[in-house]
Design a binder for this molecule. Structure first.
Ligand code: AGP
Length: 607
């Protein structure tokens, strides 16, 4: 995903911009560039490939003097990842430079209009229309030109703008793409992500859609979409730089797997007060809950699989029908959604385009929206009626781990909280499950500690294409386990409902076929065990995942991973942890780029 950053102050801008861009690398990109204003000329340097090339080309920024500038990492959407498509883009008159994160959906019409007016394009990007519109509408008032330009754009954009006529002033615009201002002393910043700011300042302003910011070294002014100056609260970021660093682990992903006990604790504890669950700053009273005829959970990727797991808890405890829908499908499905529908939108980044679109589709039909999001101030957080932050802290690795388990933690809180209000479970069951939920951070740690043999098991089972099988809650875990394996080790892996094997896929089982059997749903354990026997009879080697003390599985599987025993509806939050580590060690054995897997971005902000 693209990332933008900007600086205005009394020091050289280029080194600050390069450092900011390096903190955005994890988002996934394929080109990068900076623009610095020096005197009355804008100097642009941009490269396809890694930021290291930009450091080298500019000698760490030394060859690009000036104290105000903008920077960009680009994840190609319109036009190949080449130098000329890289941002920043410059207006024909050399007066404006722009960096952009998002997609201008009407760029083709704008491009034709501008070409007809003799503006010359140097790239294939949608972004370049912005810089020519600024030139077109500029008559001496930069803010007016920015507002007029923004009024012509359709789609999503976080913009950083530099103008030679404003030698110390940056402009930043937010519409449906994250943009955060960093408030310094004698210098100001902006970025797509807090991670690029926290080494500079912990005082930030989260811009919202339609807002325009004007940054000078000593002052930040924010305007609403009408151009009226508004007051914005300054938030204090609690993360420190180390929290966004690797903390001694070889990879961010391993660090984030190991952080899960603490992350899940952060998601739970502030919301459990004695025997009560307080879902942050909103309460949905029983009469409102009773007005909902169904719940739809929508998300993408791992967040969708979190929904598949959470669904069982909500249905079981609240006796409410729950549908789990892929956001990329739901947005075009003409969904049966109305004012009696509660929609949970799950997203670590809060910026996933399909999930945003699905949210808007459901909201337009009258649904009540709860966002389950990790990134504060993100688009989904701003669009939802209510937001529950997962509080996982910065998740840098592209493959989500703590982002996933904290989503489950929040879903379990919702299930229990709603069930208590609806009186759909007895007070005794509520208290017992609440007690169990409070043990989850400790049980996650035990799931990690009990499975020191995972590096060996991973080498034994990650030789070739793998099957992940399970039933009910175990099937939802198998889905996420297979995705983890695929996205970081590049091994083909498929997850199947264990009962489905005999309907075709068992034809693929041959001698030595690795099968990971998730067997934590004890009501269905005998059924899954029979599936284990079926595949073993055809030559498969089976690694089973089961509760500690399940002796029967030992006689059937070739190897067993044990986790602490917990109620079935909560078992996915424990069972997924060994599968995350299985995938991690497989990727390590295959020398893969674990934190930044090929072709993947941390947040998919385009369709
Ligand atoms: C997870 O490991 C993947 N990187 C991906 O499936 C991710 O979960 C999906 O893109 C959704 O992202 P979000 O949670 O930020 O919306």
């Amino acid at each position: 995903m693209c990332g933008i950053t900007g600086f205005t102050g009394m020091h050289p801008a280029a080194p600050v911009l390069l450092n900011g861009l390096s903190r955005l690398e994890y988002r996934g990109y394929d080109s990068a560039g900076i623009a610095v204003l020096n005197g009355n000329a804008i100097h642009i340097e941009k490269v396809s490939g890694r930021i290291a090339k930009l450091y080298e080309k500019t000698e760490g920024g030394k060859t690009v003097p000036g104290t105000i500038g903008i920077g960009h990492t680009r994840w190609a959407t319109h036009g190949a990842p080449t130098d000329f498509n890289a941002h920043p883009h410059l207006s024909n008159d050399g007066r404006f430079a722009v960096v952009h994160n998002g997609i201008i959906e009407n760029y083709l019409a704008l491009r034709e209009e501008l070409i007809a007016e003799d503006y010359i394009f140097h790239s294939e990007t949608d972004t370049e229309v912005i810089v020519h519109l600024l030139e077109k509408y500029y008559t001496g008032d930069i803010k007016a030109a920015v507002m007029k330009t923004a009024s012509r754009l359709e789609g999503s954009y976080a913009l950083g703008i530099l103008c030679t006529d404003a030698p110390d002033t940056l402009f930043a615009v937010r519409e449906a793409s994250p943009l955060i201002l960093g408030i310094g002393v004698g210098e100001q910043y902006f970025s797509s992500d807090v991670t690029a700011l926290i080494s500079l300042t912990k005082n930030v302003i989260y811009l919202e859609d339609g807002e325009i910011a004007c940054l000078t070294p000593d002052h930040v002014t924010v305007y609403d979409c009408t151009g009226k100056e508004i007051t914005k609260p300054i938030s204090r970021v609690t993360w420190n730089v180390e929290a966004a660093e690797k903390g001694g682990y070889e990879h961010f992903m391993l660090k984030e797997i190991m952080e899960q006990p603490a992350a899940v604790k952060a998601a739970l504890t502030s919301r459990i007060q004695g025997e009560k669950i307080r879902l942050d700053d909103f309460e949905l009273p029983a009469e409102i809950l009773r007005s909902f005829h169904k719940i739809i959970i929508t998300a993408c990727g791992s967040a969708y699989y979190a929904g598949c797991s959470g669904r069982y808890a909500i249905e079981k405890l609240c006796h409410l029908p729950v549908e789990v829908e892929l956001a990329s499908e739901l947005r075009y499905a003409d969904p049966l959604v109305d004012t009696h529908t509660l929609v949970l939108v799950i997203s670590q980044s809060g910026e996933t385009a399909d999930s945003i679109a699905a949210l808007k589709e459901c909201r337009a039909r009258g649904a009540t929206i709860i966002g389950i999001v990790n990134v504060v101030g993100s688009t989904i957080a701003n669009l939802a009626d209510y937001t529950l932050y997962t509080r996982a802290g910065p998740e840098i690795a592209v493959a989500t781990t703590k982002g996933f388990t904290t989503q489950l933690a929040v879903l379990y809180l919702i299930a229990l909280s709603f069930a208590e209000k609806l009186r759909s479970i007895s007070p005794e069951v509520y208290s017992s499950l609440l007690w169990e939920l409070k043990q989850v951070p400790k049980y996650i740690q035990q799931s990690i500690d009990m499975n020191y043999q995972l590096p060996t098991l991973s080498r034994r089972y990650s030789s070739r294409s793998l099957f992940f099988i399970g039933r009910n809650t175990d099937y939802a875990v198998a889905l996420e386990g297979a995705l983890k394996m695929k996205e970081i080790s590049y091994l083909h892996a498929e997850s199947y409902a264990a009962g489905e094997l005999k309907h075709g896929t068992i034809a693929l089982i041959e001698n030595g076929q690795p099968v990971i059997a998730v067997c934590c749903n004890e009501a269905l354990a005998d059924k899954t065990l029979s599936n284990v026997v079926e595949v073993k009879a055809r030559g498969a080697k089976v690694l089973a995942l089961a509760f500690h003390g399940n002796s029967r599985i030992i006689s059937q599987a070739d190897d067993v991973i044990f986790i602490p025993r917990i109620s079935t509806i909560f078992s996915p939050i424990l069972a997924v942890v060994p599968l995350q580590l299985l995938a991690y060690y497989a990727a390590k054995a295959h020398n893969c780029d674990i934190d930044k897997p090929k072709n993947l971005a941390k947040s998919v902000t385009v369709e």
